[in-house]
Design a protein around this ligand. Structure first.
Ligand code: F6R
Length: 262
């Protein structure tokens, strides 16, 4: 894993959006793995801006979202399907037929997860997977003790996750659905590149466990240490508990790969 520290949350989101835009320009048929949540809103705002101002083209891009709540129909305003419409899809020229969000109200949730995995395979796999991390260390909704080789499936959410996401349900954790469909840790690991965006002091402790701690199913984000091409883009506030910050800063300041982003 590589860790890139930017001064602010806005700067971290901007760098993430620039990396996505560059990959999309290099491969217009990019297969993008998308995440939802507060952190990603800034990334999508910047991608929308680049589409409007610079003509960033999504017309051939395919997308797969990490997760969806069980019991919320795609039309439900709190569904991740609607989150994606609100923050990205309806503002750019992506073909809706090329966007894939799990259906949390499918009659057979197991079959829905298998269909999703099959579609990813048929598209040739995910080129770039965008990830955030939960306060309990989850990536996607792979809650603690999720198998590190797991595939897309249904998971029960932890109280910590429901509390974290309560703000999107009027501040009431009991309104956050108790279960979700999520890509598995194994599914995520198969994507060719991962970008983990983490900002804010409230993520500092769990980020340090995921990045520098032992690989453990208790913190599924730690499985990204096994990924051959994972970059964590974080802000100063999220970096405070890391031990290796001098080295991480040196990498960004000196490695040729980062020259155009400095
Ligand atoms: C959302 C997802 C989650 C979030 C994580 C951080 O699709 O997969 O893993 O990325 O819970 O959420 P925020 O950004 O709201 O703190």
């Amino acid at each position: 894993m590589e860790v890139i520290i930017r001064p602010t949350a806005d700067a971290a989101a901007l760098l993430t959006a620039r990396l996505i835009a560059r990959m999309l320009q290099g491969k217009p048929q990019l297969v993008l793995g998308l995440a939802t949540g507060r952190t990603m809103e800034h990334v999508y705002a910047e991608l929308v801006r680049r589409h409007r101002v610079g003509g960033l083209d999504f017309s051939l891009c395919r997308s797969f979202n990490l997760d969806e709540y069980v019991g919320l129909a795609p039309e439900h305003p709190d569904s991740y399907c609607q989150y994606m419409n609100r923050h990205l899809f309806q503002h750019v020229n992506i073909d809706p037929r090329n966007t894939h969000v799990l259906n949390g109200t499918a009659p057979d949730l197991g079959a829905e997860c298998e269909r999703f995995e099959r579609l990813i395979r048929e598209c040739g796999g995910i080129d770039l997977q965008l990830l955030g991390i939960g306060t309990d260390g989850h990536i996607g909704f792979n809650e603690p003790l999720s198998a590190l080789l797991s595939r897309t499936r249904e998971k029960a959410l932890t109280p910590a996750t429901r509390a974290q996401n309560a703000s999107m349900f009027g501040g009431d954790a009991s309104r956050v659905p108790a279960r979700a469909l999520t890509m598995g840790v194994g599914t995520i690991q198969e994507s060719r590149r991962c970008l983990l965006l983490v900002t804010g002091a409230d993520k500092a402790a769990i980020l340090a466990r995921a990045v520098e701690g032992p690989i453990t199913a208790m913190v599924t984000g730690s499985a990204l240490q096994l990924h051959p091409r994972c970059t964590a883009i974080i802000d100063e506030a999220a970096a405070t508990d890391l031990r290796g910050t001098d080295y991480y800063r040196w990498v960004f300041a000196t490695e040729p790969e980062w020259a155009e982003f400095r």
